[in-house]
Ligand binder design. Structure first.
Ligand SMILES: NC(=O)C1=CN([C@@H]2O[C@H](COP(=O)(O)OP(=O)(O)OC[C@H]3O[C@@H](n4cnc5c(N)ncnc54)[C@H](O)[C@@H]3O)[C@@H](O)[C@H]2O)C=CC1
Ligand SMILES: O=C(O)[C@@H]1CCC=N1
Length: 273
């Protein structure tokens, strides 16, 4: 499979790390980005071919992954349009938050074979998860190709309705940042209570991965696992009571709804432009 990436930034690099020399040879991956340093890094690490602008290699790809900022999508679509082969139309995979399939299709002259995806950065170590939705013009073979690409970096979750991708963005697309934020807070508290930075990091990270693995392997609800840690009148009870009194759970729910709303807003703003 020949895959072209338009945009070789953070998320593209994470996907290429999972794909290159596994699903397809590095030499079958072509990356377009105006940033020469990003291209040199990707070429050195994975043997991908590179270009500073859209070229014939992109036009010959089976799958074109659009991995630029949502704000650049319209301009990128205009640059891409002359290179799209009308006889053998490629599958377009967009990973941009917000940008709707119908707008992308319009910007690409009515191109129908579009899959929208929302991956996340743990893809870099093969531990990503991706929400995906196919537009009506995508063939079964192309759906499988998109699934193969994203499954190279973790499980895929197919959605029946494009609007649900904003929720996926709020949960797992942006989610790694919430987890890092929580870990940062745990590390800071560890140091304020007299542990070294290294000890705080080790304890916080092992606790996060251990708790997540336990929840994954358990058939019981997460709330029950939480209750098992929480002795009445004990230390965990003191911490969770403090969190409840500060409205932390409500704040997290509000924050995630803000992320989903921003996804929809980006679609409205940039799609109508
Ligand atoms: N970073 C993340 O955790 C996730 C990001 N995404 C989506 O992935 C997309 C890219 O995000 P990041 O990788 O974080 O951004 P980034 O800023 O790291 O990468 C964007 C890249 O696009 C390049 N670029 C700009 N204009 C271009 C053009 N005309 N042609 C080719 N390349 C061009 C830039 O030089 C840059 O290297 C966004 O649409 C974002 O919504 C989706 C899921 C997770
Ligand atoms: O923050 C963003 O807009 C992108 C989409 C999900 C993660 N990063």
């Amino acid at each position: 499979m020949k895959i072209a990436f338009i945009g070789g930034g953070n998320m593209a690099a994470a996907l290429i790390a999972g794909l290159a020399n596994k699903l397809t040879a590095g030499a079958n991956i072509h990356v377009v980005d105006p940033n020469a340093d990003a291209l040199a890094r990707l070429h050195k690490q994975y043997g991908v071919t590179t270009a500073s602008g859209t070229d014939a290699v992109v036009g010959a790809a089976d799958v074109i992954v659009l991995a630029v900022k949502p704000q650049s999508m319209r301009e990128v679509a205009a640059q891409l349009l002359p290179f799209i082969d009308a006889v053998r139309p490629p599958l377009i995979v967009s990973i941009a938050a917000g940008i709707r399939g119908a707008d992308l299709s319009r910007w690409l002259g009515g191109h129908a074979a579009i899959v929208r995806c929302m991956p996340n950065t743990p893809a870099l170590i093969g531990k990503g998860i991706t929400g995906m939705v196919a537009m009506p013009g995508v063939s079964a073979e192309q759906t499988k190709a998109a699934d193969d690409i994203l499954r190279a970096v973790g499980p895929t979750v197919w959605l029946d309705d494009e609007s649900k991708i904003d929720a996926v963005t709020a949960v797992s697309g942006s989610g790694p940042a919430y987890v890092f934020y929580f870990i940062e807070a745990m590390q800071q508290a560890s140091e304020e209570m007299g542990l070294s930075a290294e000890q705080g990091k080790q304890l916080a990270l092992a606790t996060f991965t251990g708790a997540a693995q336990l929840a994954l392997q358990s058939s019981e609800p997460v709330s029950l696992l939480r209750e098992r840690v929480t002795s009445k009148g004990g230390t965990t009870y003191a911490a969770l009571t403090s969190m409840e009194n500060s409205g932390i759970k409500a704040s997290i729910i509000t924050a995630m709804k803000a992320a989903a709303a921003r996804g929809k807003e980006l679609g409205d703003e940039l799609g109508s432009a």
